[in-house]
Design a protein around this ligand. Structure first.
Ligand code: UDX
Ligand code: UDX
Length: 423
């Protein structure tokens, strides 16, 4: 098929690479001229495992453009993958989606399928359909949310747990268009209304965020009662009804999706006079988790103003250079504000304008440090040689903000291990 993708961010680029791999011809359009020029040269603007390889392997079917008109006109399927950031109140800002739709309206025709992948508030797809109809365009509209995790976006796109397709009740063609498009990907289809698909996306992210906040609350209780939350997560996670995923306690969830989507669903609830007690709690726990942990670090280290603290991790999670809503950066800022001499490190992410130094190597970060904090659970941090770490450091405190380090090995090296809710 001939596909046009509007918006070459994380989702748009991953979708483009995967559809090219499945055999389609993909034209990616993005208003960011610099980004498109880089992609044309073969440079990949983000770090996402496997993405650069796919873009190279399928370069003969993948094209990058700045101007969209021709590619929209010629496409059988058009994807909208522009961002939907939150405004200051947590409401999703759909202005990029609106602009993309307004721009393409004159160029679309009734034979095409328009797929909205951007996460949009409930009712947006219906509104887009009606807008196009009022403009005399009877193009089919499909809501097809993504569930890919940064850091494993390609794998998640090729092996999804399900494919969610939202359709209008009188649309008898789009499902087979989407099945042709995704032929080669084996996953159950969930077919629902346009608004149903939008709600599934928000509910999925809200549920995952809730699991994290739940285990973070249990971690606080575990700390108070001298219990190890890792044992508790294992003990409950083996119950098939609960499941083992997203029960890793830590310094809270971040990224471009969970904070934004929980806040968005909350706002949508208020708009309908529904009190979202669960979402409020999920957000409150996440908003307070870092302060709770910083208090614990303070109790361990005493006065921070005399301390040199190495913070390992800047990205919001491992295997990405994305720093949007990164708890690691919030932690760095808080430790710095408490007067600590912070030196940060990340294998891929770059610290934005913060008055803190970023070390080039882990050694440089930990040399003479009084404490080492792991804020993002990259593999290279889990695999450190702890005897060597002990030698390099001035102090002996290892703070595991992601409960991902080998506690026994750290303690055997003569270091003091502080996890999140580990008793
Ligand atoms: C995506 C989704 O679309 C968002 O709704 C979801 O919740 C998270 O994933 P993401 O891919 O992370 O967003 O966004 P981003 O990396 O910011 O990329 C968006 C791209 O769209 C950018 O490259 C931007 O230049 C481009 N864009 C934006 C356009 O081409 N046109 C516009 O009008 C606006
Ligand atoms: C998420 C969803 O998983 C994905 O399905 C959706 O499409 C986009 O949003 P992403 O934000 O890329 O993906 O990362 P994810 O792996 O979900 O992690 C989000 C945050 O939660 C990270 O800060 C991570 O460190 C944190 N997290 C995750 C925990 O604190 N504990 C866990 O057990 C899992």
């Amino acid at each position: 098929m001939n596909v046009c993708i509007i918006g070459a961010g994380y989702v748009g680029l991953t979708t483009a690479a995967v559809l090219a791999k499945l055999g389609h011809t993909v034209h990616c359009v993005d208003e960011n001229e610099q980004k498109m020029a880089a992609l044309k040269r073969g440079d990949v603007p983000i770090y996402e495992p496997g993405l650069a390889e796919l873009l190279t392997d399928y370069a003969s079917r993948l094209f990058f453009h700045h101007d969209k008109q021709t590619y929209v006109q010629e496409a059988e399927v058009i994807f909208i993958c522009v961002g939907t950031p939150s405004d200051s109140k947590g409401k999703p800002d759909v202005s990029y989606v609106n602009r993309a739709i307004a721009d393409l309206t004159p160029h679309v025709n009734d034979k095409q399928t328009l797929v909205i992948k951007s996460t949009v508030p409930i009712g947006t797809n219906e509104r887009i359909y009606n807008h196009l109809k009022n403009e005399g365009k009877h193009i089919r509209v499909v809501s097809n949310p993504e569930f890919l995790r940064e850091g494993s976006a390609i794998y998640d796109s090729l092996h999804p747990d399900r494919i969610v397709i939202g359709l209008r009740h009188d649309d008898d063609r789009s499902l087979s268009v989407m099945q042709t498009l995704y032929a080669g990907i084996h996953a159950p289809y969930v077919v629902t209304s346009l608004s149903g698909a939008e709600m599934i996306k928000y509910a999925a992210n809200a549920f995952l965020a809730t699991k994290i906040s739940f285990i973070n609350e249990i971690a606080r209780l575990c700390d108070a009662y001298g219990v190890d939350v890792v044992d508790v997560a294992k003990g409950i996670g083996l119950d098939g009804r609960i499941g083992p995923h997203f029960l890793q306690a830590g310094i809270g969830y971040g990224g471009s999706c969970f904070p934004k989507d929980v806040a968005a669903l909350q706002q949508m609830a208020y708009e309908q006079n529904v009190r979202p007690y669960m979402l409020e709690a999920t957000k409150t726990i996440n908003d307070t988790q870092l302060n709770w942990y910083v208090q614990k670090i303070k109790r361990t280290l005493g006065h921070m103003s005399t301390k040199r603290i190495a913070v390992l991790g800047i990205a919001f999670k491992p295997n990405t250079d994305d720093i949007r809503e990164s708890p690691a950066i919030s932690l760095i800022k808080k430790l710095h504000a408490h007067g600590a001499n912070v030196i940060a490190h990340d294998p891929k992410a770059v610290l934005p304008n913060v008055d803190v130094k970023q070390a080039k190597t882990i050694e440089e970060a930990i040399a003479q440090a009084d404490a080492l904090v792991v804020a993002t659970d990259w593999d290279e941090y889990k695999q450190l040689n702890w005897a060597y770490v002990k030698q390099m450091m001035n102090g002996n405190v290892v703070i595991d903000g992601r409960n991902s380090l080998p506690r026994e090995a750290i303690m055997n090296a003569g270091l003091n291990y502080i996890g999140v809710g580990r008793g």
